[in-house]
Design a protein around this ligand. Structure first.
Ligand SMILES: N[C@@H](CCC(=O)N[C@@H](CS)C(=O)NCC(=O)O)C(=O)O
Length: 79
């Protein structure tokens, strides 16, 4: 399962959402605006809280950096 932590006004998050659409991929969306409790959960996973953040539960991968996430999706889930 692919899970994306993101928020609406973040341009890097928009880039990753577009990549999901381009690849016709579904994901579990976790909108995480400032003040969201989800940010406390993420602080336990990574040293640095940064958005977008991808979790691939099937491969045990937690990833930040939009460009890395896009390349990862292309490589592992591209057509
Ligand atoms: N180089 C990163 C930049 C990501 C970035 O700067 N994200 C901002 C939001 S646009 C962020 O996470 N800010 C910290 C926060 O919102 O707590 C990428 O391409 O993903």
């Amino acid at each position: 399962m692919l899970e994306l932590y993101h928020f609406e006004s973040c341009p890097y998050c928009a880039k990753v959402r577009r990549k999901f659409e381009e690849l016709d991929l579904s994901y579990v969306s976790h909108p995480s605006p400032l003040g969201s409790k989800k940010r406390e959960f993420l602080a336990q996973l990574t040293d640095e809280i940064q958005f977008p953040l991808l979790i691939d539960t099937d491969r045990n991968v937690v990833m930040i950096e939009s460009e890395d996430i896009c390349k990862y999706l292309e490589k592992n889930y591209g057509k």
